[in-house]
Design a protein around this ligand. Sequence first.
Ligand SMILES: Nc1ncnc2c1ncn2[C@@H]1O[C@H](COP(=O)(O)OP(=O)(O)OP(=O)(O)O)[C@@H](O)[C@H]1O
Ligand SMILES: O=P(O)(O)OC[C@H]1O[C@](O)(CO)[C@@H](O)[C@@H]1O
Ligand SMILES: [Mg+2]
Length: 947
Amino acid sequence: MAAMKQAEEDDLISQSDYQNLFSISIKLQNLPHLTDYIPNLKTLPNPLDQNPFFRPSEGFYIHPGDAILRQIVLELPGTLPAPSPHLAYHRAGPRRSIFFEPSSVKAAIVTCGGLCPGLNTVIRELVNGLWELYGVRQIFGVTAGYRGFYSTDPVELNPKIVHNWHKRGGTALETSRGGFDLDKIVNAIQNRGFNQVYIIGGDGTLRGAVKIFNEIRRRKLNVAVTGIPKTVDNDVGIIDRSFGFQTAVEMAQQAISAANVEAESAVNGIGLVKLMGRSTGHIALHATLSSGDVDCCLIPEMDFYLDGKGGLFEFLEQRLRENGHAVLVVAEGAGQELIPRTDAQKEERDESGNLVFLDVGVWLKSELKNWWTRDHPGELFTVKYIDPTYMIRAVPANATDNSYCTLLAHSAIHGVMAGYTGFVPGPINRNFAYIHLEEVAQTKNEVDTKDHKWAWVRSVSTQPDFVRRFSTVVVALFSLLVVWRSLPTAESAIGVNWGTISLHRLKPSTVVNLLKDNKISKVKIFDTDHGVLRALMGSGIEVMVGIPNEMLASMSSSTAASDIWVRQNVSAFVGKGGVDIRYIAVGNEPFLTSYSGQFQSYVMPAMLNLQQSLAKVNLANYIKLVVPCNADAYEAELPSQGAFRPELTQIMTQIVQFLNSNGSPFVVNIYPFLSLYGNSDFPQDYAFFGGTTHPVTDGANVYSNAFDGNFDTLVAALAKLGYGQMPIVIGEIGWPADGAIGANLSAAKAFNQGLINQVLNRKGTPLRPGIPPMDVYLFSLLDEGAKSILPGNFERHWGIFSFDGQAKYPLNLGLGNRFLKNAKNVEYLPSRWCVANPSRDLSDVTNHMKLACSMADCTTLNYGGSCNELGAKGNISYAFNSYYQLQMQNLQSCDFDGLGMVTFLDPSVGQCRFLVGVTDTSSSSQAYRNWVSVQFLILWGIVVFLV
Ligand SMILES: Nc1ncnc2c1ncn2[C@@H]1O[C@H](COP(=O)(O)OP(=O)(O)OP(=O)(O)O)[C@@H](O)[C@H]1O
Ligand SMILES: O=P(O)(O)OC[C@H]1O[C@](O)(CO)[C@@H](O)[C@@H]1O
Ligand SMILES: [Mg+2]
């Protein structure tokens, strides 16, 4: 009885929880409307008022305030889950007033990209809906995708023509990839007098639609644009699911059944089915769940491997032994990084620029055969490979998808007739909503391999998780912490430095997701920013935190100071579900020559105090103290003669002894770029990894790159102190992509990829052959626009990602993904830029520019930078925009005494990117902005005074 009462009480929500629920903040997402840029458009009553079948009753029309919440699962009682504020979208459906006179409507419908069941239904229902609901009579189909706008005449459509189309697969309008020519498309829309444009397509198409919408808005045309999301892969974000997806899953059943029959009817038979899904495995997952015949499902979101313990072959071996057969489903994008490719194949793209995949099914089939012949020579074995991919997407939609397509088309029409533009209609939590085109174009829907659906797939099939594990002996030793974590033969790992001296700072949780998406499992930060540490909690990522040089004096003063620091910054975060702190960097390059020894005497005492503090909280064996040194701590003509700088010999001896007794590695930062930058005689190719015409010969050893030479100089220096075997971690290494001659995208890519390949190939160096550095932390993850440019303008451009988490170039980190994945869910400010007003005389702009650039980042404008060739006006616009974004697009910040103006057209030219800021106003970015505002006032005062 008491237990029941308790359970009832647990189910009750207290009054305060209700208050909590109703006080949640909700942000209604922006939905563009024609009146945003064409004021005073005439409205008309909705003709549905007169429609005998509808006879709109109370509540029929959608009210402007009707909204759909994106997240409807709340956690009560207790704190509400992220995100805060909760996002809401305008509800789709007919409006009381419309902004188009039906007789003046000229609608265009186009389909782009690959096929998908239901395309013809959407076209048919657009035609029927426009015709029947609103009385529109001029409806045209644009043929063969985007290129059709300008290369062929459109075809006139009416309900009679489209009558049977929903029963046909494919698209009666034809489709294509490529052919996106913005000017030609918008000119054609304008010339042909289209005022409603319905664009049906996938992620690429929607990105194109965003550009068309922006251009139409720039030209202030009375033309509404909507993008209707099409994808058989179900990879479009925000909406519940895309049309055609259910049909595809249903069709896949036939292939899986056939594979099962073939497998069952053979001795040691394997049925292998490839399904579509370039970057997401939704079809494979759902087909597996509903079929019940599948033994193993492989999707792009999950790595797998073939050989060895826990691998695919081991699993299949067991299945064949138990059942005599097995069925394997693989999504086309799975395992792409495992398939060997020629250089040409690595670059091959389709007309739209999508990477062309190799056939994972054909490859798997051949690997399976090789495995069996190798391990079971002479034993019967059959693999039947079925590729139903085009059959699946070429069929007409099933009943569920057909009715979905109908609602989708009608939602689009209602929105457009009501004057909305630049939007996508789609179901969110089973209610149709209008979503900003750009938001949809940027969001991807991937399979969440941590949710219950994927867990269920694994539990039904008992397929492996394909996570490589240490042997139990190693795990036991590891947990006893007697293992020398830095065994010279251990796998090297690529990690990254995450610095936060930024003007536009991404949310820490966004950055942690970026790390996870890129499978980066080691990160080095320069302090113990609690926002960053909180975001890293539970991520499983190993972290090196840092104590800034300025704090060394206090750390060295007493164990009381180090106790507090450890308690507040380390013990408060480690533990189950916490941050996996593995290293504490005591200072950052504290022996740098330019510091003239100011931190030198604090390092050892600080380490000793910190070691004691760690011991008090039982962390001394798990967390290692290290001292990242710059490579200027040692010197030599030739690597074998390497020695620490004479004035450092004593302290280095103490440090190295300390590191050795605690099982810690030596951490060094090596920058071949700086050698090249600071020395005009330095042979350029020696800085990279592709071989050199200027090798360095050191006795029997020949060095072909600066990194190896530098590394071995350190090895020799350590050997002189008696620690030639000490493991070495590269704390920072990288190449900037902008801001100097030689700092560009291709050089940065060549250096970083060369380095990663060399490390992962375990080549080692002449003094440590076959033993690469223990870990390598790339410098850096993101650009930091607020860094001092004393060393050079390049200092703000070290990121492999730009400040907003967008990959600058394709880079294979060797961690499982073939390329870098961009940050997801970045909350940008609106797509607006501030530029120089072309109608104004700009001769008085100098002070404005100086001020803008003293606060915002203009380093790319200088010689060697990506925006160096903009010309005078372009430079001004760039400076204005950088400042405007820094000020969170505050309208006044684009004034510049009337010389600036806001534009909706992206002024970026070639590789010169005019940024749009991100909306996070948290922590240090805000602090920095406050700081710059003060500086601004001071500077402004000075300028006024000087004038
Ligand atoms: N970033 C972009 N900007 C402008 N147009 C684009 C962009 N990406 C793709 N497009 C254009 O959109 C059209 C369709 O793109 P794509 O071939 O990638 O198919 P999709 O719409 O993504 O559909 P799916 O991949 O589901 O078949 C093509 O005409 C292509 O040129
Ligand atoms: O062979 P095509 O027409 O380029 O299309 C193949 C691609 O289109 C899709 O069906 C939709 O994106 C993918 O699943 C597939 O990779
Ligand atoms: Mg696509």
